[in-house]
Design a protein around this ligand. Sequence first.
Ligand code: B12
Ligand code: SF4
Length: 517
Amino acid sequence: MKILLYNPDNGVTRNFMPHLWMFLLQALTPPGHEVVLIDGNAQPMDEESIARYVREQNVGLVGIGAMTRMIAKAYRMADAVRAVGVKVVMGGPHVTEMADEALGRDGGSRHADAVALGEADETWPRIVEDAVRGKLKDIYAPVDDFGQERKPSLQSYPEIPWDKIKLDQFNLLPGILRPLLKRVGAGWGTFRIIPVESGRGCPYGCEFCTVTGFFGDSIRFRTNESVVNELLLLKARAREEGGQIAVFFIDDNFAINVKRTKSLLRDIIAANAQVHWVAQISANLLRDEELVDLIAAAGGKWIFIGMESIDPANLADVKKGFNKPGEYAVVLDRLARRNVFAITSFIFGMDNDTPGVAERTLKEIRTWPPGLPIFGLMTPLPATPLYKKLEAAGRLTRPKHWQEFIPFAMAHTPLKMSIDEAHNEVRKGWISSYNPEAIERAVDSLNHKPLGYRINILIARLCFRGIYFPQMGRFAWLKTILENRRTIWKLIRQGFGGGLHAAVPSVATQPVTEQRD
Ligand code: B12
Ligand code: SF4
């Protein structure tokens, strides 16, 4: 049977990396089937084109996975596939919580023939076999022989054949920057970010988060050996294609068991399996100097830290009191001393937020080493404790906000500010952090570091601004590059080592600091 696994585009950004679930389910598909992957972020498709594709390619089963924010598009695509008589199975965090919605049992129309609840590592082969026999069930749940929920063990994690998988659609290098990147070193023909997981689960249970409910509060790990082998495979691929591969460890808290993380990092170093990587780690776990040393030595470059708020009352309110704003600066300095920088994520519209929260947060951020601040709004995702609390209090203004997804729009009213005020605070956060002057300041603040670090933060900032400011398509990118031409030009001149006193054409309003590496 030919199986199509499809992930809808998120409609806001082109996702910078592929979705792991597709590659994982492909690797777990029983032999004898052909599995095709389409990520709508890289290969845009509408309802008509997916219907045509499944007909022309004789696809027998379509699997669709989506987060809450993409679910409306996922349903539309599922409807189009079902309309041409092909079965659809849906999975992922949204339909796990809202299976009745996907199956049309809540009064709405039916979108999926079957729903895979929770982690599908063990149920997927069964789903494929049932589809072949024409006997798909409505619901597949990961349960043991006694009907008790069973989380799959990651001890026998499948080998994802990264060396063979076609990844043409995931080259992130904008052609315009290639000449500059060649100056940094050989091997910049391609640049891809690949998701790798080393464990699942999180015991913290923050009120707004789906993870503890979905993956459970006890943590399951892959073996060090299997993670190291995956990194070696990716490293070999980058070498072969004369490009760069960076890894995003998508574990929700990569250092949740510090002892185990250290042992994994030591094994990565011993096997010479270092690639550049990003991981999510909460600030409280980054107090450990030895851990941070190992992160740097094992290839860690960016750490995503869910700071959420600089207000301890807000943090306590959402059960994230283990975050201590007083130590954020210390943690970030500790990382920066090892040339590891942070993606710092904030949520505005929390119940203790008042107008001015953006400026208060930005004031703190300006005292930190340069990084990538991101700002979002408190969002009640289905089945989270937050959703239940707001629903019970009658505070949801758009209880089914996913049916009409609007980026950066609240679905409930915060207690101490209006919805519009919260939206303005987020806007202010993004404008102040990603305007051309802010980007230039961030790049200049690394003037004492080798050129590669400045190029790195420039590219990262240009990409990250696209999370908030529409930046899809060549024209939008060209505009962004033009707006930031002064900083880009400065780096080009530093890279080529000439004309350091020349003014930036038509935009040089300040003297440019002379800087050589
Ligand atoms: C990596 C990641 C991202 C990446 C993007 C996704 C990518 N390219 O991988 C980035 C960093 C960009 C990101 C951003 C966001 N993310 Co995110 N992200 C994750 C993260 C950490 C890992 C995803 C992953 O690969 N997991 C591992 C795989 C194996 O698990 P899985 O995807 O759930 O798949 C399993 C099952 O669900 C099932 N399954 C999934 N799909 C399908 C399909 C079929 C057909 C079947 C049968 C089974 C199946 O089988 C898989 C194997 O068991 C998850 C948390 C988590 N641990 O999952 C959050 C998570 C998915 N993100 C979340 C959110 C909210 C966001 C943001 C909205 C955050 C924000 N406020 O800005 C943004 C939106 C992004 C966008 N523009 O679309 C939520 C989603 C909750 C929800 N109900 O939708 C999660 C669960 C985290 C959370 N805090 O709750 N994210
Ligand atoms: S926000 Fe992070 S720390 Fe909190 S429950 Fe979710 S994954 Fe765990």
